[in-house]
Design a protein around this ligand. Structure first.
Ligand SMILES: *Cc1c(COP(=O)(O)O)cnc(C)c1O
Length: 478
């Protein structure tokens, strides 16, 4: 185990020296507020500190270290230009309570980010307040509730397919609706007849991820939209990940009324312990009156907060969302331009299909058709040899890869969901394919090697249940 910085402390060692104070503090601070004992802080040299943190930063896997094919999570490389822009002093030193007239640049950036997301999604309006995908879903459902309530009846249920991300039913429940799940067809798509059966005027919305979590494009999307709208329900797109459709098709054109975008997936802002997210929301004009306030508006050259929104659901975030993350997303979009975004989706889809084709001989593919930005394979063949998908995911760490998403979506047994993203080169994809092929071969020749993996990481198998339930993230001095 790595030692903590406290273990590396040695009395009297210093990395930084403060000048003696010229002020007699005891004259200005009441005695009861003065420390009696020096605090127990680590005493280390400057290079001791730097080396300690560099050392622990390489023990974990992160996107700056290698491929991170975590399906549905879109762990693409985060361009450093984004950080450079977000830390410009004019942005980084803003105070959220500054008067509007002194934050015109920041408001302009937010306004134009909203315009870009409108262009990308085809929607009429955008809010940037939600801090995550799930928060965007919740905000959307509260807006949908307000919309139906205004029309006389909030309705009672929200429908989604069994391939939906777990946040969908959770958001539905939190918004006070009853979740209704429908099965997928054998092809892995929405079962249109099952959808028709559950749709009536009690349904507030149908939530769909497209491409869905199997990485398949819902080809009946137009018919599905018609069924949803025929009972007056709203059509929700879980657009956490737009990597497959950027610059190709707009959610509004597929018939969706509202969509959330994860800037921390599609638009390259950090996530997965890397920082707070941004789950912006785009919607058609019938939902606009209910959007969170304040709304950033433009009048001539002036940008301002519009609070005068009687039907608004109110704020869903302090101030205006995770601003630094919004700067990063804006930088990414502006740097690529709308044509560049089209290249993103092209490469994301090619990369996923390249890996899928090359893995075909080694693994089972229950939905074996051309995929979009990600695909799901099944470890059923290896399970018969006594090796589970979880074991293979652990073994991948020995090759320097982050494990893919496993056991999701729930409708594929021994699922492994792989999303390479567009930011990986062919060399890196080939390296990944070789590792997977070697693991498939080991399942036959040396299954124990996989079952006891990982072997090359700082810690081996951890008790994941205990890690999740008894979270100890703070070191305590003795
Ligand atoms: C990631 C994801 C979400 C949730 O986003 P968070 O930012 O983690 O809350 C919802 N739906 C899908 C399909 C996702 O991939």
């Amino acid at each position: 185990m790595s030692r903590t910085i406290f273990d590396k402390s040695s009395p009297g060692r210093v990395g930084f020296r403060l000048r003696d104070s010229e002020v007699d503090i005891s004259k200005h601070i009441p005695q009861k507020h003065l420390r009696e004992k020096t605090p127990s802080l680590p005493e280390v040299t400057e290079n001791g500190v730097v080396r300690h943190y560099i050392d622990i930063s390489t023990k974990n896997h992160h996107i700056d270290k290698g491929l991170y094919p975590l399906g549905s999570c879109t762990m693409k490389y985060n361009p450093k230009l984004n950080d450079k822009m977000a830390t410009l002093p004019g942005f980084a030193n803003l105070h959220p309570l500054q008067p509007e007239s002194s934050i015109q640049g920041a408001l302009a950036l937010l306004y134009h980010l909203g315009e870009l997301l409108k262009e990308i999604s085809g929607m009429d309006d955008v809010t940037l307040q939600p801090a995550a995908g799930a928060h965007g879903e919740f905000t959307a459902l509260i807006m949908i509730r307000a919309y139906h309530t205004k029309n006389g009846n909030p309705r009672q249920t929200v429908v989604f397919p069994d391939s939906a991300h777990g946040t969908n039913p959770a958001s539905v429940t939190m918004a006070g609706y009853k979740p209704v799940q429908i099965p997928s067809s054998d092809e892995g798509l929405v079962d249109v007849d099952a959808l028709r059966d559950v749709m009536d005027d009690n349904v507030a919305a149908f939530m769909l991820t497209n491409p869905n979590t199997l990485g398949l494009f819902e080809k009946n999307i137009v018919e599905i939209a018609e069924i949803v709208h025929s009972v007056g329900a709203q059509f929700y797109m879980d657009g956490a990940n737009l990597n497959a459709i950027l610059g190709r098709v707009k959610p509004a054109e597929m018939g969706f009324d509202i969509v959330h975008f994860n800037l921390h997936k599609t638009f390259s802002t950090p996530h997965g312990g890397g920082g707070p997210g941004a789950g912006a929301l785009g919607f058609r004009s019938q939902l606009s009156p209910f959007m969170p306030k304040p709304v950033i508006c433009k009048d001539g050259d002036r940008y301002y907060f519009d609070w005068d929104r009687l039907d608004s659901i109110g704020r869903v975030h302090s101030f205006y969302g995770n601003f630094a993350n919004l700067v990063r997303g804006y930088t990414y979009i502006r740097q690529l331009g709308l044509d560049g975004l089209k290249a993103v989706s092209e490469n994301a889809v090619i990369n996923a299909n390249y890996i899928r084709e090359r893995l075909k001989e080694h693994f089972e593919f229950p939905h074996n058709s051309v995929c979009m930005h990600e695909f799901v394979l099944s470890g059923d063949r290896q399970k018969k040899l006594g090796v589970r998908t979880l074991d293979m995911a652990k073994r991948l760490m020995d090759f320097g890869f982050h494990p893919p998403t496993v056991y999701f979506p729930l409708i594929v047994s021994e699922a492994m969901m792989i999303e390479p993203t567009e930011t990986e080169s062919k060399n890196e994809l080939d390296r990944f394919v070789s590792a997977m092929a070697q693991i498939a071969a080991e399942a036959e020749s040396d299954p124990d090697k996989i079952k006891t993996a990982p072997h090359n990481t700082p810690v081996n198998r951890v008790d994941e249940g205990k890690a999740a339930r008894e979270l100890v993230v703070r070191w305590q001095p003795e």
